[in-house]
Design a protein around this ligand. Structure first.
Ligand SMILES: [Zn+2]
Ligand SMILES: [Zn+2]
Ligand SMILES: [Zn+2]
Ligand SMILES: [Zn+2]
Ligand SMILES: [Zn+2]
Ligand SMILES: [Zn+2]
Ligand SMILES: [Zn+2]
Length: 1761
């Protein structure tokens, strides 16, 4: 036990600890009144343990409670120490085969789409992984908390109910065994006693309502005056309100207030003040006063006596204790269930379980969840008691729902949420329906809560108050319950079930009746409506009920008796709804073509009409079921078919469809958006199944039962078109009424709509029961039509298809048959493409197309046909036959009125009268004619001997019209139209019609007189020969077309690519030009070895470089003395290469960046988009950006994606985020390389010279530093130093650059300093040049890493922007010293030099283990000119470079040898060994060097590894350094790279050495410079740090440094979810984090986007992610938001964006927000892409682009994530 706890223990009253569990339990065993004894014990001790201080300390309290209170009970229960007792119980137990794991918030849950009975059946991760379902189609979600694993519940799974683990526990005997047999009598009796007392106690105290009294038997003798002011949670007040109020009421800090508020939100209550009554009462009144307003109730606050709070705390503890005790034994569980459900003394509803449930809404959140959990682990885990509990739940259902309605907490913390546990279990649900009449209860309860009705008794949501609206939302959960009850359909029906189901059906009809005709609307004329009427509530109701309505029908379909009864009931109710349907009105008579019919006078445009017709629609659904199940033919006598009045059936659905047509025709414009929205939802995929679709079915039903002529006339009348078609010369009449153009337009649209409706009535026969199809035909057809529009991703398709109650569309079972899947690339998604052979099933007038979809589909299909060189007609597809009940429907096509309509419209088209007709009208008529022809053809083809084909459309259209018009026949008109010039588009279709007409004529002729077989045979033969020929021709044609198509595609793609990458192209074009210019001027020296540095450096002739300014388009040469040209650049701090993320710059004021540590922990990276501007053009541009930004900020306080105040701007050409500019320069060394003697000092001499010069400088410096120095004295002293020959420290070189270049040198230098150190800009700071060199070195290093990681050649083709950036950066860094103080740069050089060649003046320099050698090299080389410019002895700059380079290389080799001893020797078999085995020379050289090293270190290096191993280590370790150096000198001196190194291949070690002027046996450097080598090595090794390292007292970086990668992610996304669900907030003690977020750089999990983990950063509150970026990524971060499956990029406090995650489902789609729940797997390529963005330092740039593209991203408070 922790010592801290022990101390606390001592502090607690000793008497508590003296309690002995055994003693107390012994007393209880003897007791006669056990309850009294136990209560006395509790009354005495509970207040002594709980609530001893103002703030709860649960850990301590629980520990003492365990010791004093629970241990005696455990002892009593077991009869011995529970330490022995419980394991015994556990051993004797036969554990349940149910898993029952209760889910934590955010825990992953799995449901099998193949085997789960319904989607609420879920498995925990462990069970899932051990189940058969992991290989099925499963769905993954994260739990919202509550609910448990259904593993082992045989009712929940069609297959595989057990996982491997729980399978073991299945009882061999099927029947349920009484778990009590495993317990001894004694234990049973005692546990029964103690459970009864404690459960009773807990319930009593938790439901206790008095605030300062206790139940009598718990009351204490002496009562303290300590009270708590208890604040309760509600869902009305916001976090901020509560925090604010608390600060006022109890005088706490904001932090404390946040703490209180967080606990209140989590646990439901928290004491906010402790003290005497008065003191607490005072706080209460302030809180109440501050939080009440006219609209809202105040926060709930109670002043409670401390002893009551104490007992309640213990009460909760008891409940969880009970839950854990029953975990030991199923027997104990059963006893507890028994205790809980035992009826109490007060009869009905008095059991403990009842009492808890019924006070649920009065309990606070924390108490609720504790007892819900207990119910779940007890009652719901015991199948026998689950049933009893379900009965209690059903009996209390109404009351519970009423309480829930009054309560304001979410449903998840209400006991009503347990319904899912019973209602979805099929046998339980069935039992509750038959025994408790559950269906009726639920529906009635629902109706009870929707009291608001209009005069006809229909629901009315119009003037809902906020409270009513709130209740309406809550009451919707009842529909969910109803859905649960219906979700599993009965396999067999008992009479009871039939009876109770039909009773429920009755109640349901009552409900629908209240909806039938609700929200009626009247067309607004004249004025626009003033207020949009409420419509959403009614549609919400409809939407929520959609599945229930479908399921009701599904149930009915399962039993013929039920179906017939339901049909009758539904019809009765419909007739009630239609009561007074024809009353009062005089019927009117319509007649056309000698047919006449009576109907009512009704105009949709003038009277009330409603979209809500659920009763009619239910009847339509049932009618289809009758048709499908053939009940109608088997028992026609049972059906009330004679009662059906077809005109009545069709009336309301027809009105609704006419309404849609009129809205479309623009007649309802003044009714506002609410109507538009209603029409939208009426057709929408979420509603249409039980709205629009059913209205079509109802019309189909009606038409099939009546004379089609009558139907058409009624329809014409409802469309208000009757006059037009009954008046023969409508067209002529119209030309005289030309002024009413609008009316003509309107009528045209209405005619189009009506024709469309007829097309749908005849053509929509894909629901089983209407047509002879099965369910898969239906879904196939939907998919075909969706894909006819365009190829679609899986999720898009799913969204366009209706989901059933199990969230299934049935798509997967058929998709393969109709579509090909195309895998996704690096971006984008996987796509389904329609198979070409399915195109013939395309129906242009598919009823689920929206207008936009229809025209897109038409276009796509025509295009396809053109591509295939077919005619572009889109004839109607061949349709399946109707079911017998609907068979007569087809006659509508050949009815007289229909023919009249067709003829009239064709006549208009022939006459070509300007206004009176439209092309789409004609198109529809053509389509209808086509449908009729297809129909007739089908009939003829399927005709059997004895039947006569009664469908004679072809004959009818061949006949001319009757008197008085004597119009030509339809056929004749078509032939006329075929040649009409104005109908070009429809020609193909007319041609198709005429062709088909002829084919049918042939078919008729051949079939009627002579035997069919013969003629057909010859035709077949003939045609097959023809076909053969045709086929060959067709194939050749196809091949040609394919070639053409490919060519077209390619050019299309290219064009597209250029469009998309415009900037890129522009960029490459420009830079190609500049690059080629450089290449042209560069000398051809390929046959000579190229050398990048030193006296032997390859001489590159003067290169002239011309560039164009992107702003003013002027061309200019880059010259020393001309105006500066600059590159837009972005400087940022970086930790990408860091080997130690715990390090960051603590105090930038004092930080010294001169020496970079080899862990590369704080780097500065420079990047550029490569766009060139004049310095002055840029300056002007930046000033204007700044001014604009200032104006903008004043006007609207908007943010931009860039921070102008920090110098940020967007590149004017590519909008790339930039924060400074780099000047463009010529190779700067040339300018200073004045002297070049052939006789140059060797390394030893050179070091000596330099050392002397340094000494001289230092002496001078000291002199200058001392006061009273005069120049004369100075010169005197000079002599004393004996200035080295040719050294002139008083010489000041002239700066060769133009003013503008000098200014830009300063600008960029200052920017690097400012960003790199996060300091205010200060040109004079001596660290400025160091930061410039550092950024140059760091940027080169990071490029080298990227190239190596990708196995790219060092000098391969680089993107121009990168190449330009590095060149400019290097040259800039080399030129920067000219604008810095000479003495400062000299000082840096001296210090850097001293780290390798020690002198007396620099004592505490880092040892060579702690220096990054490349940074050192860059620093030395670039600082050297400052010294060299005063050296007139004849030593060239190049010589110095070479010697510096060699010296650093030697130091690096020593560094490598020192650190390599920790590396385990490679096995010699390792590949590459043979071809690159070292020559003996190198091996012996390195061995010799190693021995020297051994001597110098005082034999701290003990073993001598084999020479080849050492050499390998050196080579491998030094390679990155050499590569970086090669890049550096290449850009510095402009020497072209050796062609060998421009291509990848084996390591170019030797080429590298040649290029760098090094011997390829590197160790020979030491031998050549023998004189100085030994002393240097000695000086390096004698450093104290090196010694400590060798003695193992410290670490050092070893080489080669591995590249940093993002963390490894698991293949299966669910393991991440699981990991995150186990993660709790590090700050609020074990709470689950709401937005667990993973840092992809270091793998830390953070509690993001939450108050608890906000910290202060630079004076601002920031979330955990932002805070983390500052330590982990220098402000830049890459995260994965685990719950959302979303990648988050952050940069600084204001920049961020979301990025597509690297996880894809099987359909190649990401699932941001985890909404679909398909299994997700890691896509390595996409993850690599993210990693590359990071390695290339492009994250900030990416954010900038994302924010520019999507302005809403700018407004997000990224810093709070
Ligand atoms: Zn489980
Ligand atoms: Zn299991
Ligand atoms: Zn399965
Ligand atoms: Zn310019
Ligand atoms: Zn740019
Ligand atoms: Zn991190
Ligand atoms: Zn937190």
């Amino acid at each position: 036990m922790a010592s801290e706890l022990e101390l606390e223990m001592q502090a607690i009253d000793r008497s508590l600890l003296e309690c002995s569990a055994e003693e107390i339990a012994g007393k209880w065993l003897q007791a006669t009144d056990l309850t009294r004894e136990v209560y006395q014990h509790l009354a005495h001790y509970v207040p002594k343990i709980y609530c001893r201080s103002p703030n709860p300390c649960p850990q301590k309290e629980d520990m003492v409670a365990q010791h004093v209170l629970l241990a005696p009970m455990e002892w009593y229960l077991c009869g011995e120490d529970s330490e022995f007792g419980f394991p015994k119980l556990q051993q004797a137990n036969k554990p349940s085969h149910l898993c029952g794991r209760v889910f934590k918030v955010g825990e992953p849950t799995y449901s099998c789409r193949d085997c789960a009975v319904d989607p609420t059946c879920v498995l925990c991760m462990d069970c899932f992984l051990g189940s058969i379902h992991r290989d099925h189609r499963y769905r993954m979600t994260t739990s919202g908390g509550g609910g448990f694993c259904d593993c082992g519940d045989t009712e929940a799974w069609k297959e595989g109910p057990y996982c491997q683990k729980h399978e073991l526990n299945t009882p061999e005997i099927e029947e349920e065994e009484d778990p009590l047999v495993h317990l001894s009598e004694d234990v049973i009796a005692r546990s029964y006693n103690i459970f009864t007392i404690m459960f009773q106690y807990a319930v009593e105290i938790l439901t206790w309502e008095k605030e300062s009294e206790l139940p009598a038997d718990l009351e204490m003798v002496e009562k303290s005056d300590t009270y708590y002011c208890m604040l309760f949670n509600d869902e009305v007040h916001t976090y901020e309100q509560v925090i604010y109020t608390l600060q006022k009421a109890v005088n706490c800090t904001q932090k404390e207030a946040i703490g209180f508020a967080t606990t209140v939100d989590r646990d439901g209550r928290r004491s906010v003040r402790c003290g005497d009554f008065q003191y607490c009462e005072q706080a209460k009144s302030i809180i109440v006063r501050n939080t009440s307003s006219r609209q809202t109730k105040p926060l709930k606050v109670q002043v409670m006596h401390s002893s009551l709070v104490a007992h309640q705390s213990f009460g909760l503890k008891v409940l969880s204790w009970l839950g854990s005790v029953i975990g030991y034994s199923d027997g104990l569980r059963r006893i507890l269930c028994q205790v809980g459900l035992q009826e109490g003394p007060d009869g009905e509803n008095s059991s403990l379980v009842d009492r808890l449930m019924l006070s649920d809404s009065k309990l606070w959140k924390g108490a609720r969840s504790v007892y819900h959990q207990l119910f779940m682990s007890s009652l719901l885990m015991d199948l026998k008691y689950k049933k009893l509990f379900a009965v209690r739940f059903a009996k209390n259902y109404q009351q519970l729902q009423r309480d829930f309605m009054e309560d304001d907490h979410e449903r998840a913390v209400s006991v009503t949420a347990l319904s899912v546990q019973f209602f979805t279990a099929p046998t339980l649900a069935r039992m509750l329906i038959t025994e408790e009449n559950l269906m009726t209860i639920i529906i009635k309860t629902f109706m009870d809560h929707l009291r608001h009705r209009d005069t006809q008794g229909r629901f009315q949501f119009e003037r809902y108050t906020a409270l009513q609206a709130f209740k309406f939302r809550r009451v919707q959960s009842l529909i969910l319950d109803l859905k649960y009850v219906l979700i599993s359909k009965p396999t067999e029906w008992s009479d009871d079930l039939r009876e109770k189901f039909l009773e429920g059906f009755d109640a349901f009809l009552e409900l629908l009746k209240c909806m039938q005709g609700m929200d009626p609307i009247t067309r607004q004329v004249g004025q626009h409506i003033e207020m949009e009427p409420e419509w959403e509530a009614a549609f919400t109701l409809q939407m929520k009920l959609t599945h229930v309505i479908s399921m009701m029908q599904d149930w009915c379909a399962l039993d013929e008796k039920v179906l017939i009864e339901a049909y009758k009931k539904c019809l009765t109710v419909l007739m009630q709804c239609h009561g007074g349907f024809t009353d009062g009105e005089q019927p009117i008579t319509l007649s056309i073509c000698g047919h006449s019919v009576e109907t009512i006078r009704y105009c949709v445009s003038q009277e009330k009409v409603s979209i809500h017709l659920p009763v009619s629609r239910l009847l339509a659904g049932l009618h289809v079921l009758l048709s499908k199940s053939e009940v109608a033919y088997k028992f026609p006598e049972l059906l009330p078919l004679s009662e059906l009045s077809p005109p009545m059936l069709i009336e309301h659905p027809l009105r609704c469809l006419v309404l849609c047509a009129q809205v479309h025709a623009g007649m309802w414009r003044r009714n506002g958006f609410s109507l538009v929205n209603q029409i939208y939802y009426y057709h929408n995929v979420k509603c249409r199944r039980e709205m629009f679709d059913k209205d079509i079915v109802m019309l189909q039903t009606g038409v099939s039962m009546m004379d089609p002529n009558h139907f058409l006339m009624i329809m014409l009348s409802r469309f208000e078109l009757y006059q037009i078609f009954s008046t023969p010369d409508y067209g002529k009449r119209f030309s005289s009424e030309i002024t009413h153009k609008d009316v003509v337009q309107q009528n045209n649209t209405l005619i189009e709509e009506m024709l469309y409706l007829i097309i749908m009535l005849v053509g929509e026969r894909f629901s089983p029961g209407v047509g002879q199809v099965n369910a898969t035909d239906d879904i196939k057809r939907e998919i075909i039509h969706q894909l006819s529009i365009k190829p679609m991703a899986h999720s898009e398709l799913v969204k366009s298809l209706p989901e059933d109650e199990n969230k299934e569309t049935g798509m997967e079972s058929v998709i393969e048959a109709v579509a090909h899947f195309k895998k996704p690339g690096l971006t984008g998604r996987g796509m389904y493409e329609l198979k070409p052979e399915c195109a013939k099933e395309f129906n242009l007038y598919f009823y689920h197309f929206s207008r936009a979809e229809q025209s897109k589909a038409e276009e796509a299909q025509r295009k396809l046909k053109r591509q295939n060189r077919e005619d572009t007609a889109l004839p109607p597809p061949v349709l399946p036959p109707f079911c017998p009940l609907f068979a007569s429907l087809v006659n509508i096509l050949q009815s007289d009125v229909m023919l009249c309509i067709m003829r009239t419209i064709l006549q208009w088209a022939v006459e070509h009268n300007g206004y009176a007709w439209s092309e789409s009208m004609l198109q529809r008529v053509l389509h209808l004619i086509g449908m009729a022809l297809q129909e007739e053809k089908q009939h003829l083809e399927n005709v059997t001997e004895e039947h006569v084909v009664t469908f004679t459309f072809t004959q009818k259209i061949s006949k001319p019209g009757e008197a008085p018009n004597n119009s030509p026949s339809i056929l004749a008109m078509l032939e006329t139209l075929q040649n009409a010039p104005y109908l070009e588009v429809h020609k193909d279709m007319i041609r198709w019609i005429l062709k088909t007409f002829n084919a049918i004529k042939k078919l008729r002729e051949s079939s009627s007189p002579s035997p069919v077989a013969e003629t057909e045979g010859t035709i077949m033969e003939e045609s097959s020969r023809d076909k053969d020929k045709a086929e060959r021709k067709r194939k050749a044609e196809i091949a040609r077309l394919r070639r053409e198509k490919i060519m077209a595609q390619m050019s299309e793609m290219q064009r597209h690519f250029i469009d998309e990458n415009k900037e890129l192209f522009q960029q490459t074009l420009e830079l190609d030009a500049s690059a080629s210019a450089v290449l042209d001027n560069s000398p051809v020296v390929s046959d000579k070895t190229l050398t990048a540095l030193g006296p032997a450096q390859t001489q590159v002739p003067e290169q002239r470089q011309f560039v164009t300014c992107i702003l003013c388009q002027e061309e200019q040469e880059v010259k020393v003395e001309s105006k500066a040209m600059v590159l837009a650049a972005f400087v940022q701090r970086s930790t990408v290469l860091s080997k130690d993320r715990s390090k960051f710059i603590q105090d930038p004021e004092k930080y010294d960046p001169l020496f970079m540590h080899p862990d590369l922990s704080c780097g500065t990276h420079t990047g550029s988009c490569g766009h060139i501007m004049h310095a002055h053009c840029w300056q002007r541009y930046f000033d204007s950006v700044q001014a604009k930004e200032q104006r903008r900020q004043q006007r609207l306080r908007l943010h931009t994606s860039y921070d102008v105040e920090n110098g940020e701007f967007l590149c004017p050409l590519c909008e790339c985020l930039s924060n400074t500019v780099i000047p463009l320069l010529l190779p700067p060394r040339k300018i200073f390389n004045r002297l070049n003697f052939s006789d140059q000092p060797n390394l030893t001499q050179w070091i000596r010279t330099i050392s002397q010069q340094i000494k001289a400088l230092q002496a001078l410096g000291k002199e200058e530093g001392t006061p009273h120095t005069t120049s004369s004295k100075n010169s005197e002293n000079m002599d004393e130093f004996q200035l080295p020959e040719g050294f002139r420290p008083d010489f000041r070189p002239k700066n060769p650059y133009s003013e503008s270049i000098k200014e830009m040198l300063k600008t960029f230098g200052t920017a690097t300093y400012k960003v790199g150190l996060k300091l205010h800009p200060n040109e004079e700071d001596p660290r400025v040049p160091v930061m410039c060199w550092g950024s140059c070195a760091y940027t080169i290093q990071s490029l080298e890493r990227i190239l190596s990681d990708e196995d790219k050649p060092l000098f391969g083709p680089l993107p121009c922007r990168l190449d330009d950036c590095l060149r400019s950066l290097t040259r800039f860094a080399a030129a920067h010293w000219t604008v810095a103080s000479l003495s400062v740069v000299q000082g840096h050089f001296c210090k850097l030099f001293a780290s390798l060649v020690p002198d007396d003046n620099h004592g505490d320099l880092p040892c060579i283990l702690d220096i990054d050698m490349f940074h050192l090299l860059v620093g030395l080389v670039l600082a050297f000119p400052a010294l060299q410019c005063q050296d007139f002895s004849g030593t060239s700059l190049g010589t110095g470079d070479l010697h510096i380079f060699r010296l650093v290389t030697m130091a690096h080799i020593i560094q490598l040898l020192l650190t390599s001893c920790t590396v385990i020797p490679y096995l010699s078999e390792e590949n590459g060994m043979d071809e690159e085995s070292p020559a003996g020379e190198e091996e012996s050289a390195v061995l010799a060097l190693y021995k020297t090293l051994q001597q110098c270190t005082g034999s701290a290096l003990k073993e001598v590894p084999p020479g080849w191993h050492l050499w390998r280590n050196v080579r491998a370790g030094i390679l990155p350094f050499l590569k970086c150096s090669a890049l550096f000198f290449h850009y510095l001196n402009g020497v072209p790279s050796p062609p060998e190194m421009q291509v990848s291949g084996a390591s170019h070690f030797e080429h590298l050495c040649n290029y760098l002027s090094l011997p390829s046996n590197l160790v020979s450097l030491f031998q050549e410079n023998n004189e100085i080598t030994k002393s240097l090595i000695e000086s390096w090794c004698h450093n104290i740090e090196v010694k400590r390292y060798l003695e193992g007292e410290r670490d050092a970086i070893s080489y080669p440094r591995e590249s940093n990668k993002l963390i490894d992610l698991p293949e299966d996304y669910s393991s991440l979810i699981n990991q995150a669900s186990n993660f709790s907030c590090p700050k609020s003690g074990g709470d689950k984090s709401r937005a667990p977020t993973l840092c992809l750089v270091c793998g830390t999990l953070l509690c993001s986007q939450s108050y608890c983990c906000q910290t202060e950063l630079e004076g601002e509150d920031v979330g955990a992610c932002t805070a983390h970026t500052y330590s982990c990524g220098s402000g830049v971060g890459i995260f994965l938001r685990v719950r959302e499956c979303q990648v988050l990029f952050l940069a600084g406090k204001t920049k961020g964006c979301f990025y597509s995650p690297p996880y894809l489902d099987d359909y190649g789609e990401t699932d941001q927000g985890l909404r679909r729940g398909n299994p997700l797997h890691l896509c390595q390529e996409r993850f690599k892409k993210i990693q590359k963005l990071w390695q290339q330092h492009s994250v900030t740039e990416e954010i900038g682009h994302a924010q520019e593209a999507n302005q809403t991203l700018v407004g997000i408070d990224w810093q709070h994530l």
